[in-house]
Design a protein around this ligand. Sequence first.
Ligand SMILES: NC(=O)c1ccc[n+]([C@@H]2O[C@H](COP(=O)([O-])OP(=O)(O)OC[C@H]3O[C@@H](n4cnc5c(N)ncnc54)[C@H](O)[C@@H]3O)[C@@H](O)[C@H]2O)c1
Length: 384
Amino acid sequence: MNTPPRPPSVPVRVGVIGAGLMGREVASAFGRWFALLDCPVRPELTAVCDVNASALDWFRQVPAVRHFDADHRALLARPEIDVVYVAVPHHLHESIYVDVLRAGKDLFAEKPFGIDLAAARRIRDEAARLGRFVRVSSEFPFLPGAQRAFKLAASGQLGRIIEIRAALLHSSDLDPAKPINWKRQNQYCGEAGVMNDLGLHVAHLPLRLGWKPARIHAQLQKIYRERPDGRGGIAPCDTWDNAVLHATVDIGGEPVPMSLEMKRMAPTETNTWLFEANGTDRGVRFSTKEPKTLWTYRRDREQVWARTDLGFDMVFKTTTGQIFEAGLSDVILQMWAAFLAERAGRLEGAFGCVTPDEAVASHEIWDAALASHRGKSVAPVGAA
Ligand SMILES: NC(=O)c1ccc[n+]([C@@H]2O[C@H](COP(=O)([O-])OP(=O)(O)OC[C@H]3O[C@@H](n4cnc5c(N)ncnc54)[C@H](O)[C@@H]3O)[C@@H](O)[C@H]2O)c1
């Protein structure tokens, strides 16, 4: 093996606001940064902030973290912080993201990038006004199967596109005894409900391929309307649980059906992300249900789906052997490598994270879906 390039001596100093589920994932990813062989940038998690003091305790085992803040303004006042990752409930996105930008820091935002379309546009516009570097989290497209599907779809080899399907499916909400949390309440999650929660993961590849829907017919479902509140009582559960969006995308001047599915109640599915695009010449399917497998179709005298076992073929090369398989923590690492490389102007054509414009476009889709459901009609995307 060749000697890997030495990592840069000066790290990018990162602060995390929101030390919950996703905040911990970031710390774990940084902890194995040395697995990356050719990433031109090295992060150091320097400061963590959470309003819940016990959430900070887990971070006390992370070697580089020097500051533990209860107020995000204290973290933002620290001059050594270059980049801030914010993973807080959706109703706080806009105010904290804008505070990050105005403090002169670059932002790695969590989806949905504001609680609604208006908030997303304000955040994007403020970032542009201040000239800050901003990207939004969506890790599934960094999986080898998703990358292969994306490249095939982008290559033009599919022929005339016949149909597209993208989805993110969960099932744990089928348990009526699962206690409510902020993601299941409109005031914290947003009126778009499951679309705010799961939607950007579903829309990322279609939008990157230029497949933004022109119009939508949406079917939104609230399945369990109340849940245990975790304190012995019952609380209203008012978010959309499942959303099926029947979209029309104009590709090459032709209307193409695209199905976008975001479900908290899809029996048997545990974080199943899938993308499928079929054309007149070729087709491609990838689902995390079969994480090593890429299915491809080629029109021939006999029509068959071929199955390819994928190795560890990552956007950024790592020490992990080519024959192994990838999982969530691997793609969080890849996504951060892409964020930091692009921020440094060193992405060099590799796949990048969701842009603010793409995040706004996703909100335009959810906004049209809400309008479609309200009016029991087909709604144009981007009309608002
Ligand atoms: N990319 C992904 O795969 C993925 C997965 C899950 C969640 N998310 C997103 O990440 C974000 C956070 O979700 P989560 O699952 O980590 O939530 P979580 O509830 O586990 O963590 C949120 C944390 O934010 C803290 N917090 C609340 N208000 C705060 C404030 N004013 N200042 C500082 N901290 C505050 C809470 O105390 C909590 O510890 C959401 O936007 C969510 O949609 C992304």
